[in-house]
Write a protein that binds this ligand. Structure first.
Ligand SMILES: [Zn+2]
Length: 488
């Protein structure tokens, strides 16, 4: 029996525009007094007219373009009718027939996930469940009702829970690079609904298990766990009955993070149940080719492009390249230090040197303090000075790691710090020869040992290091001692 999971993801992203999708209310709803950012439009009062937020529409197109989608020539909003207390109007304004953008793709590792569409819609309010006056009560906060939401629908090209996680991380990176949302899964500004079923091949027969859409997954680990649970559940279900109901019947399942289980919520209604129809109060929307072009050129260099550049221009490896590109701020600052103009002849060594410091000592420091990398504390000149000193063997690589964090904190040149701390290695041959001679004279026994066993030179090197108070370049110390001891 061969089992292949078929996983698609619907991702909702709240845009960080100033105002809501169809009214002038502030879109801010975290830590805000409930029901203070509301008006007749977002409360769905009779006669109120929606006016689309153009910035939000442009950002939706921008995201689509970044995902390689094609804009539709014309788009329009539709009413999706359903009743729920947090949906004030009794319908949600969304795009169904004609989303803003269609047919894109995202690279996830070595694979590609096709994007079916990205469309614009509005968020719902928030239900808050409390226990008070001896009763369980549900309160509704409409501050979130009408906040711009982009929905990105993938094709079911994802084949494992890990790949789903990588897809979400990639999506999050791209959205953050575009600066259109903080895309925080834990906070709820990025939400995800996986759709899972299985292709089962057994004795020449092929079965498809019914589709399950999983709701209320509120963390990245949750997404992974929910998908893994669902794969296991559907496999067991199939093994028990070997009966496959119509796989077109989609069921909706909730995710219980505490129990780490999905549970049946409802047998899914089809799109007909939503009675989609065009919103009569908003005209069709069209972006001209010139407007699309303007949006396209506003897209910054994206993670994939940065990774490609680091690999081809700076010869960084896959791992370093992708870790640097994970965070735009981090990547941009790295690039202010490593520019092709810097140490042109040794650009690859310099790029690797800086990458090691950024990903090692500096990143550790940032993790410890919980800070973001701060451009004003990074002086490209200092990195060049430090690089040159290491190249000349004046400062060891491990000393460079030590001083760079202090330099970052204090704004002092790391080479100066190394001098103060006595971390400058003596590579002056004359001075080292003098000290080596002194060590040899003072340790006749060790010299005898060396003649019998050259491996015992470590002791003499140690003496030389001590005499130089640790400042001798160990490699040179060894070479000079050998030269004198071997009499050449
Ligand atoms: Zn409003």
């Amino acid at each position: 029996m061969k089992i292949t999971p078929i996983i698609g993801l619907e991702v909702h992203v709240e845009l960080k525009t100033k105002s809501k999708m169809f009214c002038n209310c502030s879109a801010e709803h975290f830590h805000v007094e409930p029901n203070t950012h509301t008006c007749p439009v977002c409360l769905g009062l009779p006669g109120a007219l929606p006016v689309p937020n153009i910035t939000a529409c442009e950002w939706c197109v921008k995201l689509g373009l970044a995902l390689g989608c094609t804009p539709n020539e014309t788009s329009f909003f539709e009413r999706k009718n359903y009743f729920y207390p947090d949906l004030a109007k009794g319908y949600q304004l969304t795009q169904y027939e004609k989303p803003f953008v269609i047919n894109g793709k995202v690279k996830v590792g070595d694979q590609e996930v096709r994007i079916n569409r990205a469309h614009m819609e509005e968020d719902t309010g928030k239900s808050v469940h409390i226990s008070e006056y001896g009763q369980d009560l549900t309160l509704i906060d409409y501050n979130r009702c009408g906040v711009p939401l982009v929905e990105i629908v993938s094709e079911p090209d994802i084949t494992s829970a890990t790949m789903a996680k990588d897809y979400l991380l990639k999506m999050q990176q791209i959205i953050r690079y575009l600066g259109i949302s903080d895309a925080d899964i834990e906070k709820g500004s990025m939400r995800c609904e996986p759709t899972v079923n299985l292709k089962i091949e057994d004795n020449g027969e092929v079965f498809y298990t019914p589709l399950a859409e999983i709701k209320n997954v509120a963390s990245l680990t949750g997404v992974q766990n929910a998908i893994e649970f669902e794969i296991k559940r559907q496999t067991e279900e199939f093994e028990k009955t070997r009966e496959v109901k119509n796989s077109k019947n989609k069921t909706t399942r909730g995710w219980n993070a505490e129990k780490a289980q999905t549970f049946l919520q409802r047998e899914k209604e089809g799109s007909a149940d939503y009675r989609y129809f065009p919103e009569p109060d908003i005209p069709h929307m069209e972006f001209t080719p010139a407007q699309i072009e303007e949006i396209r050129i506003s897209i910054p260099e994206l993670p994939d492009q940065k990774i490609e550049k680091y690999k081809s221009v700076y010869s960084l490896n896959d791992y370093d390249s992708s870790v640097i590109a994970t965070d735009q701020n981090f990547a941009d600052i790295y690039e202010t230090v490593v520019t092709p103009q810097n140490r042109n002849d040794k650009i690859k060594e310099f790029a690797k040197f800086v990458a090691n410091l950024f990903l090692g000592a500096i990143k550790t420091h940032l993790n410890e303090t919980g800070e973001e990398l701060n451009q004003s504390k990074i002086n490209p000149e200092y990195f060049l000075n430090l690089f040159d000193s290491v190249q000349k063997s004046e400062i060891s690589s491990s000393a460079a790691k030590q001083v760079i964090v202090e330099s970052y904190q204090t704004g002092t040149n790391p080479v100066e710090i190394a001098k103060d701390k006595g971390l400058i290695q003596v590579s002056d041959t004359g001075a080292l020869e003098k000290m080596a001679q002194e060590v040899i004279t003072a340790n006749p026994k060790a010299v005898e040992d060396y003649k019998k066993n050259p491996m015992s030179i470590g002791f003499l090197i140690g003496q030389l290091m001590r005499l130089s108070k640790g400042s001798a370049n160990p490699q040179m110390a060894k070479e000079i001692l050998e030269k004198i001891l071997n009499g050449n």
